[in-house]
Ligand binder design. Structure first.
Ligand SMILES: Nc1ncnc2c1ncn2[C@@H]1O[C@H](COP(=O)(O)OP(=O)(O)O)[C@@H](O)[C@H]1O
Ligand SMILES: [Mg+2]
Length: 324
């Protein structure tokens, strides 16, 4: 099966500033692929090039096998877009927005109504189909944009920061819908600076200053930080420590009456832990986050760059001050 997206050595310069600096990756058909990075990393620039809204300075980009420069029309009709900045016509009703889109994309008129109804039912908008979009909340508008992005049955759906600024319930709702679409074989490419959103992806490219600094499944990326931490309370820590060392080759450290273990993957290790003859009293696990991956690679946190990260920045300044 050919790749849904193929990007080779993509570069985008704005005058003498390089926003995308030699990025290469492939997205498989049916995959949810995420670009995770702080503000200014080059996510929107990249997705805009993939969607033919911006021309690359250099490099090769194929979307559904079509070249974004030479076959922009074919690329456009085979993809759907949901962007962070709203692009609905607020003077029209929800249904009229979808009908207009269907017209632009040559969806046969006979099919438009049924597809619009199905999508609006799924996204909880059907009862509001005849209301002006002007009166819609931010969450409803975003859901309508998702419906619109899917109306012409694209092979790939592009989402730029799809749930930024939305309440947790609406974010969850949109994500449930996106993941359902994946089960039906849709390929999804999204950008985000939300760690939880990146966790939903099959694979994540971590992008910083125009470059991909890591690319893998969320699980493998987190494992690369150095694994999980397990805290075990046992009936006899001495005996457990000895068994861990002898049978499993793991050096445990005592901490606050519990044994602390570093393992590559807790989910795979805990079944082995349960086979020790020393009775276990409790087991707790903490996992590294994708932010830990970003910190390990860059020395900075993704969330520092978010709005509301002022506290973090203050802390960073304090720490810097103390070192001097
Ligand atoms: N049209 C433009 N002209 C000049 N600089 C731009 C333009 N668009 C984006 N940039 C710059 O490119 C960098 C990447 O921007 P962008 O792709 O929007 O990042 P992200 O979406 O990851 O926040 C930023 O430093 C931004 O200021
Ligand atoms: Mg952006």
């Amino acid at each position: 099966m050919s790749d849904a997206i193929l990007v080779e050595e993509l570069v985008k310069c704005f005058d003498d500033f390089t926003a995308v600096d030699g990025v290469s990756f492939r997205v498989r058909q049916g995959e949810v692929f995420g670009f995770l990075g702080p503000n200014g990393a080059g996510k929107t620039t990249t997705i805009n090039i993939l969607c033919t809204l911006l021309k690359p300075t250099r490099g090769l980009v194929l979307v559904n096998g079509f070249d974004v420069v030479k076959q922009a029309g074919q690329v456009r009709s085979s993809i759907g877009l949901v962007f962070q900045d709203p692009s609905l016509d607020v003077q029209l009703t929800a249904l009229e927005n979808l009908e207009f889109h269907a017209y632009l994309y040559n969806v046969p008129a006979a099919q438009t109504r049924a597809r619009a109804e199905q999508l609006m039912q799924m996204l909880g908008l059907w009862n509001r189909r005849n209301d002006l979009v002007r009166n819609f909340s931010g969450g409803m508008r975003r859901r309508l944009e998702v419906a619109r992005g899917l109306l012409h049955r694209p092979l790939i759906l592009f989402l730029d920061e799809p749930t930024v600024g939305l309440d947790p319930q609406t974010r969850r709702y949109i994500w449930d819908y996106i993941l359902q679409q994946r089960r039906e074989g849709l390929t999804i490419f999204l950008t985000t600076h939300y760690l939880d959103e990146a966790e939903y992806c099959d694979r994540v490219a971590i992008i910083d200053r125009g470059r991909i600094i890591a690319l893998d499944t969320p699980g493998s990326l987190k494992a690369s930080v150095g694994g999980d931490v397990i805290l075990v309370r046992t009936a006899d820590n001495r005996r457990a420590e000895d068994e861990l060392h002898r049978l499993l080759g793991i050096a445990a450290r005592e901490q606050d009456g519990a044994l602390r273990l570093n393992v590559p993957r807790a989910d795979e290790f805990i079944p082995r832990l349960c086979r020790l003859s020393t009775p276990l009293v409790s087991v707790s696990v903490s996992h590294p986050t994708l932010d830990d991956v970003f910190i390990k690679l860059t020395g900075r946190a993704i969330r520092e760059e978010e709005g509301g990260g002022e506290e973090m920045r203050q802390m960073a300044r304090l720490w810097g001050g103390r070192r001097r």
